[in-house]
Design a protein around this ligand. Structure first.
Ligand SMILES: NC(=O)c1ccc[n+]([C@@H]2O[C@H](COP(=O)([O-])OP(=O)(O)OC[C@H]3O[C@@H](n4cnc5c(N)ncnc54)[C@H](O)[C@@H]3O)[C@@H](O)[C@H]2O)c1
Length: 258
């Protein structure tokens, strides 16, 4: 029943083989989706090379740079989708950033620059990409973003990213309400802690993972592929009645009080 054949899916946020977006891309591909992949460009082209090699087996038909702080790159990405695909069915928003200084110590020390940057990249970008996707989702669609419990409850060192994720989860609800009449669904997956490039910037991430392994009902944390499975569900007709939700894929950790 989980068949995404004929669906065009844009996946953002692949940096390497540990990325959650990489787990999602593999599962969407397995379900038959035609993939487009964007990467964060850097001056030396390192990300481009690395991501290109990684995603080659999934044969993405679109592969473009897209820094979400660059309006021109966003416009070029969606223009290419319009020209090459005609329509978009799935948008995976799987990116975030905050300066390392803002991810440890006292939250009240966060600078205006770090605060603004974290919310621009990690929160505003969902709304911006969803707005660009809307006119291309002519047959309805599914938008999925990635969040974390630190946007709902206080997690040591998550600090400004918690504020960003709280805003992201509320953005999901406002976008779901706006886009629902177009049959575009918008949901978030709240993943348990996983070792990735982004999470390694959060102070004490390994302690967080060990704590989850001790306390979560399943006595472990989750894998990128498990998050990918949930994303494939949220992008398929199996979840056709679900929008505006945050789905916890965290081995059950969120239900625990102690
Ligand atoms: N790893 C975890 O424990 C965890 C848990 C819950 C939620 N998440 C969320 O999952 C998402 C993916 O993170 P990840 O853990 O896979 O780490 P990751 O480092 O593999 O992915 C983060 C991605 O964000 C991209 N990015 C950063 N700034 C960007 C910009 N300006 N424009 C475009 N892309 C940009 C990076 O290139 C990278 O691909 C993030 O939203 C993160 O907050 C992660």
């Amino acid at each position: 029943m989980l068949n995404l054949t004929g669906k065009n899916a844009l996946v953002t946020g692949i940096a390497n083989n540990r990325s959650i977006a990489w787990g999602i891309a593999q599962q969407l591909h397995k379900a038959g989706a035609n993939l487009g992949v964007t990467y964060l460009p850097d001056e030396k082209g390192r990300f481009e090379k690395k991501v290109k090699e990684l995603v080659e087996p999934l044969a993405p038909s679109i592969f473009l740079p897209c820094n979400v702080q660059d309006d021109a790159q966003i416009a070029a990405t969606f223009e290419a989708i319009g020209q090459q695909w005609g329509k978009l069915d799935i948008l995976i928003h799987c990116l975030a950033f905050a300066g390392k200084d803002a991810l440890s110590g006292d939250f009240s020390n966060v600078s205006r620059a770090d605060f603004t940057q974290a919310l621009e990249i990690s929160t505003y970008s969902l709304t911006q990409l969803a707005g660009a996707a809307k006119p291309l989702m002519t047959e309805g669609g599914s938008i999925v973003t990635l969040t974390y419990l630190g946007g709902v409850k206080v997690i040591p060192n998550y600090n400004v990213m918690g504020i960003a994720k709280a805003g992201l989860e509320m953005s999901v609800r406002y976008l779901a309400a706006e886009l629902g009449p177009n049959n575009i669904r918008v949901n978030a997956i709240s993943a348990g802690p996983i070792r990735t490039l982004a999470s390694s910037a959060v102070g004490g991430i390994l302690d967080m993972i060990h704590h989850v392994e001790e306390v979560a009902p399943l006595r472990r944390t989750v894998t990128q592929m498990e998050v990918g499975n949930a994303a494939a569900f949220l992008c398929s007709d199996l979840s056709s009645g679900v929008t505006g939700q945050v789905l916890y894929v965290d081995a059950g950790y969120e239900i625990m009080g102690m």
